[in-house]
Design a protein around this ligand. Structure first.
Ligand code: PMP
Ligand code: GLU
Length: 400
């Protein structure tokens, strides 16, 4: 039955993978509704509420009767707030015609793939990479080319590895720093080393996903577009989902070369129109405020990182490194491959993640979705209590 129905659907959708992060979150939700007490460490979503000062501006926007279609590329005051933010936090200079506000960074990435890729164009993805980069590229006809990295080098790609992966067909490279899922943060020197390679290949556009910018325990955030010789070939993607805990408000944005911004504007004009009016007014307030206003969230994430790393250290078969940003740990659990736990043979990271869901009642995400089949992703955007209980339950389940 399923197959017959699928035949009616396009190859495009049949060939697309379901987002593993959202699928795991949905599965955990279903189990919870069925009465199973699942601890959700799968979704990368801050567990804080939206800061009051941001909420107030959304309420005011409703009361001020903001209701109509917005300009496709965003309200002028939000674009100005983004320009000021880029200058203040990243020393990046953009003008209004280089900014496009979207319905979340995910849409910005989708737009970029649609406006830049032709069928067969190769997209470099240092792996592990954020789950949707690969399918967003494929939907646009692009061919993802993974560049494997290692846990021992903090999952960071080197200049040599990058250069080896470049071909005449390479059109784009997408990476995030701080990285989802590894938590790695590229320093200015590390990015400069990559830039030294990229300047030799002017046909490549770099998409720098900086959505975790503020959740960075090194205190130092570097942007590829800061390098003068990369500025014209780099698109900086960001949004309010992570820093301001506004995931459901759906506001993202880019700073880009003008011709790319214009193309994204054209794309949105046919697909979604401008982002929602209330979310945009709230985002103006969020971005106009100093990042110090959200320091309490960053401090909490840092504390939780210590907590989870301390607990994972005592877990057999978990190889871990120390993430420097975002709110994930990405342990290598390949020690368990080929082993049988509570009657279940673990052949890969997906089996392991499902084993944890069923036996430890903890939701994680398989590393396969992020291009690393030896790892699982654990989000620590959860309360200390949930983290502690989850690690205890995992430890017990692994004892058999
Ligand atoms: N990039 C990365 C690396 C992410 O983790 C996320 C999380 N959703 C996104 C982009 C998309 O963010 P948004 O909520 O703004 O669509
Ligand atoms: N970015 C988050 C994650 O990786 C949210 C889920 C999603 O948008 O895929 O879990």
């Amino acid at each position: 039955m399923h197959n017959i129905m699928n035949q009616k659907l396009s190859n495009r959708i049949n060939d697309m993978a379901t987002s593993a992060t959202l699928a795991m979150a949905a599965k955990a939700r279903e189990l919870r509704q069925a009465g199973v007490n699942i601890i959700g460490l799968s979704l990368g979503e801050p567990d804080f509420t939206v800061p009051d000062f941001v909420k107030q501006s959304a309420i005011k926007a409703v009361e001020d009767n903001y209701h109509s279609y917005t300009p496709v590329d965003g309200y002028a005051d939000l674009k100005q707030a983004i320009i000021t933010k880029f200058k203040r936090d990243n020393s990046l200079t953009y003008t209004a015609s280089q900014i496009v506000v979207s319905t979340g960074a995910k849409q910005s990435l989708y737009n970029l793939a649609q406006v830049l890729l032709n069928p067969g164009d190769e997209v470099l993805l240092p792996a592990p990479y954020w789950v949707s980069y690969s399918d967003i590229s494929k939907i646009a006809g692009g061919v993802p080319v993974e560049i494997k990295t290692a846990i021992d080098t903090d999952f960071k790609v080197t200049a040599q590895e990058l250069e080896k992966a470049i071909t005449p067909k390479t059109k784009m490279m997408i990476y995030s720093s701080p990285c989802n899922p590894s938590g790695s943060v590229y320093s200015t020197q590390e990015l400069r080393a990559l830039a030294d390679v990229l300047v030799k290949y002017p046909h490549i556009i770099v998409i720098s996903d900086e959505i975790y910018e503020h959740i960075n325990f090194t205190q130092q955030h570097a942007s590829m577009a800061q390098f003068e010789d990369m500025y014209d070939r780099t698109v900086t993607v960001n949004g309010v989902s992570k820093a301001f805990s506004m995931t459901g408000w759906r506001i993202g944005y880019i700073g880009a070369p003008e011709y790319i911004a214009r193309a994204c504007n054209k794309m949105q004009g046919q697909v979604t129109s401008g982002a929602n009016c209330i979310g945009q007014k709230a985002a103006v307030t969020a971005l106009e405020n100093s990042p110090s206003k959200i320091k309490y969230m960053i401090d909490a994430f840092k504390e939780r990182r210590s907590l989870i790393l301390g607990l994972l250290e005592h877990m057999d078969g978990f190889k871990i490194n120390k993430p420097q940003g975002a709110f994930y740990v990405f342990p290598d659990i390949s020690y368990y491959f080929g082993k049988t736990l509570r009657g279940t043979t673990i052949n890969n990271a997906t089996d392991f993640s499902l084993f944890l869901l069923e036996n430890a009642k903890v939701a994680t995400v398989t590393g396969e979705a992020f291009g690393d089949p030896n790892c699982i992703r654990i989000s620590y955007a959860a309360s200390n209590d949930d983290i502690t209980r989850a690690m205890k339950q995992i430890k017990e389940a692994l004892l058999g």
